[in-house]
Ligand binder design. Structure first.
Ligand code: TYC
Length: 113
């Protein structure tokens, strides 16, 4: 078994009086990847419907939702939220299903951040 690196004192001297590189053992923490949920503009979905979607599925206030809808309308697309894979997948499915049931062509996708 390899010996763990000697923990050095503030003077960078170990118990044997040797100088060396100060190392700290740090357990590796893994962050799960995040996914952007992206809303796409189209010419047919009513603005109020998009505002409603952003309020309903993304917990936005009416003002936030209205501003973000206008950003999508003007720029062609916008990130409407960042989530874990499972949550992003669920939001996309909810939006696409809701739009389809109301016969609007609204499109929503996800992309790894
Ligand atoms: N461009 C649409 C219109 O003028 C509104 C709209 C906004 C549609 C955002 C989709 O993601 C969208 N009625």
């Amino acid at each position: 078994m390899p010996r763990p690196p000697a923990r050095l004192g503030p003077d960078r001297t170990d118990r044997e009086g040797q100088t060396g590189t100060l190392t700290k053992t740090r357990p590796k923490t893994q962050r799960p990847p995040l996914y952007k949920v992206i809303m796409l503009n189209d010419d047919y979905t009513p603005m109020e419907f998009v505002v409603h979607v952003l309020e309903r599925f993304f917990g936005m206030s009416h003002a936030q939702a209205f501003d973000l809808m206008l950003t999508v309308h003007k720029k062609g697309l916008a990130v409407v939220g960042v989530f874990s894979f499972e949550v992003a997948e669920t939001k996309v499915a909810q939006v696409m299903d809701f739009a389809r049931r109301h016969q609007h062509p609204l499109q929503c996708t996800m992309e790894k951040e």
